[in-house]
Write a protein that binds this ligand. Structure first.
Ligand code: MN
Length: 341
């Protein structure tokens, strides 16, 4: 973490003491890092007896609901009036794990008009400038890692409250895919060590997140790999496509396709993987790579999305079959970038 960020953290640390009403926002379709980082900050500010709320644009997967106080999270889609009242009264807003207002989904218009002080804590590339304070660092594993740096520096302590440690551990574990990617910096493991010292039970957290599939989810995984995966060795690529009918057959719940996009990368010679999931008005696109092929650029260019080099997402607004056809066409254009690395 560089000295500019250290300075900003201390500035924001001082600023906290002058404010009372805080809101912490996460992004649409919140993942483990969005929930882990916001909830950890929530526990911290609550322990300081501030008036604080976490607001998400929409609901989050069940496998994250074991996290302490996750039931306090306000889901804008379900609790509009309550959320609007809280947002009006807030004097300081935190934005965690995203860096563009549009990632707030249906909340974005309402929120950005607000004249509260804005603090960004995030690790995605190319942040847009809409905040007063920015702790934006693409070199860390996750936003949860930055929240750890924030709390430990403001408190001047390497250990944190147990609840904070559990949330941050969940965020780091999910954003690195169990330390498969974005985790080659020794600092990440120093932080994990400090979280264990703080009382977080690593094995329990991994079991809660990864070993709590429903039988239907497991069958969806089997079917996805057996029936709906196409492997294109000539492009070093593979994709999985899931129609609404298939999702219905396996009683799809939010979070059931989480991690599915990583499976094709286990095939030798496959460097780039995509997952296409059909929704009512669009096809959700997830992209992963295991070399330096930049999925963030690919998602920005073709799917109105973005993310990181090795993990990105976006949307396609043509049919599922059209989406996979166009994708295959694009592969021939990117072939050398995907393979020759
Ligand atoms: Mn993240």
């Amino acid at each position: 973490m560089n000295s500019i960020h250290r300075k900003t953290i201390l500035e924001v640390g001082i600023l906290l003491k002058t404010q009372q009403n805080f809101v912490i926002f996460g992004h649409v379709n919140p993942d483990g890092d969005a929930i882990g980082s916001t909830l950890a900050l929530y526990h911290y500010l609550k322990s300081k007896e501030y008036n604080v709320f976490v607001i998400m644009p929409n609901d989050f997967p069940d496998f994250l609901k074991f996290l302490p106080l996750s039931s306090d999270i306000i889901i804008y889609e379900k609790q509009k009036k309550e959320a609007e009242k809280i947002i009006k009264e807030t004097s300081l807003s935190f934005y965690c794990d995203f860096n563009e207002p549009k990632r707030l989904g249906n909340l974005s218009e309402l929120e950005i008009k607000l004249d509260s002080i804005k603090v960004l804590i995030d690790h995605h590339p190319q942040p847009s400038k809409f905040v007063d304070y920015s702790i934006s660092d693409t070199s860390v594993s996750s936003t949860s890692e930055l929240i750890y740096e924030f709390i430990s520096q403001v408190e001047n302590s390497a250990t944190v409250l147990k609840e904070i440690a559990e949330c941050l551990m969940a965020g780091i574990i999910t954003d690195t895919g169990l330390f498969h990617h974005n985790s080659s910096n020794p600092r990440t493991f120093e932080i994990i060590a400090n979280l264990i010292k703080s009382g977080a039970d690593k094995d329990l957290i991994i079991n809660q997140i990864y070993n709590t599939y429903s039988y239907d989810r497991m069958k969806l995984l089997g079917s996805s790999l057996f029936n709906w995966m196409r492997v294109l060795p000539e492009y070093g690529s593979a994709y999985i496509y899931l129609s609404k009918e298939v999702l219905k057959k396996y009683k799809y719940q939010i979070g059931d396709t989480e991690g599915l996009v990583n499976y094709p990368l286990s095939i030798s010679g496959i460097n780039f993987s995509a997952l296409f999931v059909e929704h009512d008005d669009y096809v959700k696109v997830s992209l992963r790579s295991k070399n330096s092929f930049d999925t963030n650029l690919f998602a920005r260019e073709h799917y109105k999305g973005g993310g990181h080099i090795n993990a990105s997402g976006g949307k396609s607004f043509v049919s599922l079959s059209e989406t996979t056809k166009l994708f295959t066409k694009l592969l021939s254009k990117y072939k050398s970038e995907i393979i020759e690395q």
